[in-house]
Design a protein around this ligand. Structure first.
Ligand SMILES: Nc1ncnc2c1ncn2[C@@H]1O[C@H](COP(=O)(O)OP(=O)(O)OP(=O)(O)O)[C@@H](O)[C@H]1O
Length: 897
């Protein structure tokens, strides 16, 4: 008897079926237009795009244009690539346009699918971003699909790391831009460190089509992209300061042991000013009280702390030229940990060892938050259904399962489970041999570089020729992939051969043609092409007869999706193929997550040496284990996202403020508002509302006004006047401050003033924001402990983060008002100098921004570092990215051994 659910599905269809059904009429419309578009000349296809744009202008919607635009794109792809898009590909394209995730099985041609919505949405001129997981794919897809877009009169750009600025801007200015998630995120951060609008690379966050969406929005969702800097070399400063510090004596300063703060006496200040002037660290006519001296003072403080508060062999030791901190609680060395804000450098200077560059976080964003910036988001993947709930909950993205064009002919075998890893690998070698002998190409999936190389050795021992595809062979990637589908080929790969690896049965014909032409430079290229194409057909048939590509996986991954991706290298576009997983009870997943029951059942079966268990029940049980892990990971991500959200909202405010400042023609109003707010706050603090005159602290107010606004005002006298209340005082201060700024405006001139205001605003925002980021980080690590006090850490965090943010805005206003009140009318030359200095500071930041680092990227401080030589890696953390460059965590890669 059918269950109610199953019955209902039979009668009404699943929601997925209904979505598919709803697109059928649109697909029919596109099909019906095919003949019309085929009749158009190449020029007319381009003219169609112009026509569509004009119709959009006149008010037609993208939805209305969709059938014609898709028909045009289909025809263009046919002409440019010789590929006639299947109906299922059109469907996938429609779902993308509607802002869904199109789940299309591996090998169904998703690269082409993306061109349809990219073209349609590109007609708006707002720029569509097609997002891939690596630079190789971005480049490959852009090159491949640019032919289609060119045939439609649309421009295609590709963005890549370390691209010259102008070229990058041009790439973003294109109708369709291919880029990796990394580069998009970094460009966004870098843009928000620029000081001129025309330096910004990205123009809009309109529509993104994310390929391998699960990998980007789920696996890597929380990877923060971090720009750190300025890795500016200040070693000379530290060294010079280190000469001065020991000269300070007790009369010069006092130290608060508890807060570890230092303050100088008048004598100390005078002494320091003179010495710093002598050393050229302080400029003639400047004092340590000038705001420009803040950095210098900070470093003097750090130097003093290094000398007076940090003791060698107690707080730190010097080992191999490094200052290594000692944990005060455990007495253990904390290798690799560095004190921040220049303190570590100050200690290095004190010990006379090499001073290592400092790094501060300038900006950061997670992928999750970056991609939520887009007006419309969509994605493609072979395998999303396992995470459908998460997509909906976090990104409001629906997942639609698009049927395959042709039935899948791949045979997915049940897992074979061996007792030990050794038996497993022996069986694998046997299996590869068997397939190889009958000519069936084999792709062997391994989980780490080490394992791929170990297996390679085993194959060498039995004399089996093969290729290895891992991060080390990354240059030959295209060639290895091109050969992997040839008769009898054996390719061992890490999970680099997952997403996007397109293995053609019989080999890649274009590569074969290129090789043949290169080998026979005298020959006629057309003849060579024809001959190779014919030979290739025979090769392809031979491989198909041998059973197509055999994917042999040597382990299961924590996530089912990764396993499916590997399987999907075989059986593409309805090709024959086969996939099989060889496992052992010693595999990580089996050891850690396989249920005890599984263990018991397997051992009670009394497996013999070399024998495997093959049973659907084992697969089910493993899948349950995987689902458990996936579920747990989802919960962790969800919780973390809530924390991220807090900072994200604040970042949006800050970045939009920056943008406003960059766009503004006149900033005087913004700074005036800031100034007024500062004044209001001060008056409120010293002359609180609803208090009597004798409760006012007018001398305090006078001093505060002098400090923050550089104004010497008779506040005390004003307050004594008959009938004067706090509002009157506030107004008088406002007027005096306005007068001061008016004088400055007159002496600087409006253009210079605008420049100065802008630079000071941007710079202060950036500095304050950076400090704030750090504080939030700290806050986040402390709130965890409050859980004990029956309070919800997330709520605590939210409240305090909000307070901190208010504090940030307060101090921002104060700082800007203070700095502006102190700028001095300069002569032309000095003025130029100041502007240049400010610009140089910014340029320095931009430069720092040009070398982004992913948080977990290895920072090879060691000059002997060689990613191919594990000996040279030192001791990477288990959660660090593996130094081999595989992109996986160390513990899942080389560290897993
Ligand atoms: N309409 C079509 N007709 C014939 N071949 C097609 C068509 N569309 C795509 N292909 C071919 O299918 C192969 C797979 O395409 P593509 O790499 O885009 O697949 P995919 O869906 O992205 O796979 P995956 O991401 O799982 O690797 C390519 O060789 C492509 O040329």
């Amino acid at each position: 008897m059918l269950g109610i659910g199953t019955l209902a599905k039979k009668v009404f269809g699943t929601p997925n079926d209904r979505k598919i059904k709803a697109t059928r009429p649109i697909v029919e419309k596109i099909n019906a237009l095919a003949a019309d578009f085929r009749a158009l000349s190449d020029e007319q296809l381009i003219e169609k795009s112009q026509e569509f744009k004009a119709r959009l202008e006149k008010g037609e919607t993208l939805d209305q244009l969709l059938p014609e635009a898709f028909a045009n794109c289909r025809e263009a792809a046919q002409r440019a690539l010789g590929l006639w898009a299947h109906d299922t590909q059109l469907m996938g394209g429609i779902f993308l346009h509607e802002g869904n995730i199109s789940e299309m099985k591996t090998g169904e041609g998703k690269t082409l699918v993306a061109t349809f919505p990219a073209y349609l949405n590109g007609l708006t001129g707002r720029g569509v971003h097609v997002v891939t997981v690596n630079d190789y794919l971005a480049k490959r897809d852009a090159e491949w699909m640019s032919k289609v877009f060119a045939a439609l009169g649309m421009s295609t750009g590709v963005v890549y790391p370390q691209q010259p600025e102008a070229e990058k801007r041009a790439a973003y200015a294109c109708d369709i831009t291919y880029a990796t998630n990394n580069e998009l995120g970094f460009d966004y951060l870098r843009d928000n460190m620029k000081s001129e609008l025309n330096q910004m690379a990205q123009r809009d966050h309109y529509f993104a089509i994310v390929d391998e969406v699960d990998s980007i929005l789920i696996d890597e969702a929380r990877t923060p992209l971090i720009i750190s800097g300025p890795a500016q070399d200040r070693s000379e400063l530290y060294k010079s300061l280190d000469l001065v510090i020991p000269e300070l004596s007790e009369e010069h300063f006092s130290i608060d042991e508890k807060t570890r703060n230092v303050t100088y006496t008048e004598a100390g200040n005078e002494f320091l000013e003179n010495r710093l002037l002598e050393l050229g660290l302080l400029q003639e006519g400047h004092s340590l009280y000038d705001p420009e001296s803040a950095t210098l003072v900070h470093h003097v403080n750090q130097g003093l702390r290094a000398h007076k508060l940090f003791t060698k062999d107690k707080d730190y030791i010097v080992r191999n030229g490094d200052v290594v901190l000692i944990d005060e609680f455990t007495g253990r060395m904390m290798a690799g940990r560095r004190l921040s804000d220049g303190l570590h450098q100050a200690i290095e200077a004190k010990e006379g060892v090499n001073i290592q560059p400092e790094n501060v976080t300038l900006a950061s964003v997670t992928f999750q938050n970056y991609f939520r910036l887009y007006d419309k988001l969509s994605g493609m993947t072979g395998t999303a259904l396992t995470e459908a709930d998460e997509f909906m909950e976090i990104y409001k993205l629906g997942v639609v399962e698009v049927p395959t064009n042709r039935p899948i002919a791949r045979l997915d075998e049940d897992d074979a489970v061996y007792r030990t890893a050794r038996e497993k690998y022996e069986a694998i070698v046997e299996e590869i041999k068997k397939a190889h002998l009958k000519g069936q190409p084999v792709l062997v999936g391994t989980t780490s570089i080490e394992k791929s190389e170990m297996l390679s050795q085993m194959l060498q021992q039995v004399g089996l020729p093969h290729n290895v595809l891992n991060a080390r062979q990354h240059e030959q990637e295209a060639q290895i992939v091109a050969d992997a589908g040839k008769l009898g080929a054996v390719t061992i790969a890490t999970n680099m051969a997952g997403r996007g690896t397109d293995i053609k049965l019989g080999g890649n014909v274009e590569f074969k043609i290129m090789e043949a032409i290169a080998a026979d430079p005298e020959g006629n290229p057309d003849h060579i092409r024809e001959k190779i194409e014919n030979d290739h057909k025979a090769d392809e048939e031979a491989v198909k007869a041998a059973g197509g590509l055999f994917v042999l996986a040597t382990e299961r991954h924590e996530s089912r999706r990764i396993d499916n991706q590997l399987r999907g290298r075989s059986g593409r576009q309805g090709d024959p193929g086969r996939s099989s997983f060889f496992l052992s009870l010693e595999d990580d997943l089996m050891r850690i997550f396989g249920s005890e029951r599984l263990d018991k059942v397997l051992s009670s079966l009394g497996m013999k040496e070399g024998e495997a268990i093959v049973h659907p029940w084992v697969n089910k049980s493993l899948e349950r284990a995987q689902a458990k892990v996936e579920g747990r990971n989802f919960d962790i991500r969800k919780q973390l996202l809530k924390f991220d959200d807090v900072m994200n909202d604040q970042r949006k405010v800050i970045f939009s403020q920056r943008r406003e400042i960059m766009e503004a023609q006149d900033l005087s109003e913004i700074v005036q508002d800031m100034r007024y707010q500062v004044i209001e706050d001060l008056v409120e603090e010293y002359m609180p509302p609803k208090t009597y005159a004798d409760q006012w602290n007018t001398t305090g107010l006078k001093a505060a006004i002098a400090e923050t606004l550089s104004l010497d005002l008779p506040v005390v006298e004003w307050a004594d006047e008959e009938g004067v209340d706090n509002d009157d005082v506030e107004e008088r201060i406002q007027n005096a401050a306005d007068d001061l700024m008016a004088q400055k405006l007159a002496s600087f001139g409006p253009e210079a003033m605008r420049q100065i205001e802008k630079q000071i605003l941007l710079q202060t925002i950036d500095t304050k924001w950076r400090e704030h980021l750090l504080t939030l980080e700290h806050l986040r690590s402390v709130v965890g402990f409050r859980g004990y006090a029956q309070r919800d850490p997330l709520n605590e965090y939210k409240t305090e983060a909000f307070q901190l943010f208010e504090g940030l805005l307060d101090s921002l206003r104060t700082e800007v008002s203070k700095t502006l009140s102190r700028i001095q009318p300069l002569n032309e030359e000095q003025q130029q100098l100041l502007i240049r200095q400010l610009e140089a500071q910014r340029a320095q930041m931009d430069q720092a921004a040009a070398v982004p680092e992913a948080e977990e990227a290895p920072t090879p401080l060691n000059p002997d570092f060689d990613e191919n030589n594990p000996e040279s890696w030192g001791n990477p953390g288990r959660n660090d990215a593996c130094p081999c460059g595989s992109g996986k965590k160390f513990k899942h890669c080389h560290g897993a051994l």
